[in-house]
Structure formats: C-alpha cells, structure tokens
Design a protein around this ligand. Structure first.
Ligand SMILES: Nc1ncnc2c1ncn2[C@@H]1O[C@H](COP(=O)(O)OP(=O)(O)OP(=O)(O)O)[C@@H](O)[C@H]1O
Ligand SMILES: [Mg+2]
Length: 304
C-alpha cells in the first residue's frame, strides 16, 4: 500500500501541531517530483512554510516553481472565495453585487465553515479540474492540512455540508469532493506524529476519527525518532573514563532513553493503528532547511 502512495491524485497531511506536517509534505513532494511527477503543494494554514523549507520566498496565492516539477501555492480564504464565487457566478459584476457589500461580507464571515468550503474547493479543483492540453495539470497535489481538530473539520466539510444541503451547484461540487476524499485509489490522508505521549495519543484518536468518517489513510509518519546508538559495552567504557567523560556518559544515556521512548511509541502506535508506520529519524541539523528535507525525502523513498 505504501509503495503506491505517490500515485494518488491527492495526499492530505495532518497531525498534532508542530509534529512535522510541513516537513513531511515537503519531503513527499520532493520524492514525487524526483520520480518525474508534476507536484503541487497546497498550504492552507495562515503561515506559509513549505517554500521556505526549500530556501525559497513564500509563494503567496500565485503558483510558484520551487524545484523542477515541484510547485507550491498558499490557498487563502478570501482569494479562494472570490475565485470560487466567480466560477459559479461567471461575471465579475455579479460577484461584486453578491459579495462585495458590507452585508454580504458580514454574512460570509459568519457562515460556519465557509472558509474551509472554499479552500477545500480550491484544492479539489487543483487536484481534479485543472487541465493542461486535456490532461490533469498536476500528477499529485499534496495538501499541508491544518492540525488535528481543524484538519478533521477541513476534510469533513463536504460530509457536513451534504447533511444540510443536497441540491445546487455547491452540493454537486461537495459530492465530487467527498468522492475524491473517500476513494482510496485517488486520495490518502496521512497522520504525522512524534514518539511522545501526547502526540501519540492524539494520532491514535485522529486515526479513529478519520476511519469513522471513511477517509482512507496512508502510512503513519513517526517523526523525530531516535535509534539506539551505544552498546552496553560502550556505555561501560565511557563510564570508566571517570569525571572527564561524565558529560559524554550522560549524553549517551539520554540518547538511549530517547531511543527507548521511540521504540515504545512505535510499538504503542503499531498496536493501535492498523497502518504501515514510516519512521523518520530526529535530525541534528543546526538549521532545518532544504538539506534536511532532502534527507527526509531519501528516508521516505527508501520506506515506500
Ligand atoms: N525529523 C526532524 N528532526 C529534527 N527536527 C525536526 C524534524 N522534523 C521537524 N523538525 C523541526 O520541527 C519544526 C516543525 O516542523 P514543521 O513545521 O514541519 O511542523 P508542523 O507540524 O508543520 O508545524 P505546524 O503545526 O506549526 O504547522 C521544524 O521547523 C524543524 O525545526
Ligand atoms: Mg506546518
């Protein structure tokens, strides 16, 4: 299952805040682009991150080339709303009449999930509708989705919408979106987590919730893992060095403690989550930049 991951049309990456969603998004995008796929990364949270990880300025709402075959765009609610409304209303003047007055703006900002609806709509449009010479413009779209709770709201927007509205152009698009998100051949949602108690528990809950909403999942990424490094003999040898090597001995112990935690949470997650697990090592890079993403991409390529 993991091997075909990059052959989907859409991957959505979610998980607890700060676990490495943008890192994994960037690395997956790099891995796919190296396989000759034309990839678009869509970021939907307030602060754009992925272009920066490749040492490039933020893309903003225009699609920008980051590396050969690898593009990114920042999907923002206001612009997405305007584009989406224009697609339905066709004419700028109609759009202005309908949307650009104070009453409409108030209504739109108060309407629950409207921002999510139009942003997901934009991502879906990139993944399925946009064409270049009769072919889909993108082989793969990777969505750097919001963190856990908001991520779930984001991905279940079509389901919730369709419980309320069944007719009209928006309902039709929502139905198409839901069938894209719910089809394991076209889409996978991947959770990113860390080998620590809170992120691991949150990943387990999120896994259950995605399952309950029939959203097919890709591998679980366990980021920031420590591998055992010192043999017991090596630790004894360092301890024999006396006070001169005390700090080195403590550092080796700390490292092994982190490695034990990594293996503990890998096994906890392995028992509670029926998905392949991809371990990404903790990188000791002093700056987390394109080189770090290269390394993560290499590890993912090896695992897929
Ligand atoms: N494998 C790793 N090894 C070491 N540090 C890492 C690793 N992965 C991520 N980091 C560090 O964690 C930081 C946060 O990662 P990232 O921005 O990918 O998380 P995120 O889940 O997208 O965060 P947010 O919830 O804020 O969007 C990175 O900037 C980097 O410094
Ligand atoms: Mg992020």
């Amino acid at each position: 299952m993991a091997s075909a991951l990059l052959d989907r049309r859409l991957l959505a990456i979610t998980g607890k805040g700060g676990t490495g969603k943008s890192t994994i998004t960037a690395a997956l995008a790099l891995a796919a682009s190296r396989r000759g796929k034309k990839v678009l990364v869509c970021e939907v949270v307030a602060n754009e991150r992925v272009a920066n990880l490749f040492g490039k300025p933020a893309s903003g709402t225009e699609i920008r080339l980051l590396l050969p075959n690898l593009y990114s765009v920042h999907v923002r609610p206001r612009e997405a709303m305007r584009e989406y409304a224009l697609m339905i209303l066709k004419y700028e003047t109609l759009y202005k009449l309908a949307f650009e007055n104070a009453a409409a703006r108030y209504f739109l900002s108060a309407a629950p999930s409207l921002a999510e609806i139009v942003m997901l709509g934009k991502v879906w449009w990139h993944a399925t509708q946009e064409e270049e010479r009769g072919k889909p413009r993108w082989d793969l779209v990777i969505l750097d989705a919001p963190a856990t709770g908001h991520g779930l709201t984001f991905l279940t927007v079509p389901e919730v919408f369709l419980q309320l509205v069944q007719d009209g152009p928006l309902a039709r698009d929502m139905r198409d979106m839901q069938s894209l998100l719910g089809n394991p051949d076209t889409c996978r949602t991947c959770i990113v987590t860390l080998p620590e108690e809170m992120p691991a528990n949150e990943a387990i809950e999120l896994h259950k919730a995605l399952k309950a909403h029939s959203l097919p999942q890709g591998p679980l990424f366990l980021n920031g893992c420590f591998e055992p490094r010192f043999t017991p003999q090596e630790r004894v040898a360092v301890a024999r060095g006396g006070p001169a090597l005390a700090a080195a001995g403590e550092a080796a112990d700390n490292h092994e403690a982190r490695a034990d935690l990594s293996s503990l949470y890998a096994s906890v997650l392995g028992k509670s989550v029926d998905l392949p697990l991809i371990k990404i090592p903790f990188l000791f890079d002093r700056v987390f930049n394109a080189q770090a993403i290269e390394k993560v991409a290499g590890i993912i390529e090896g695992a897929l």
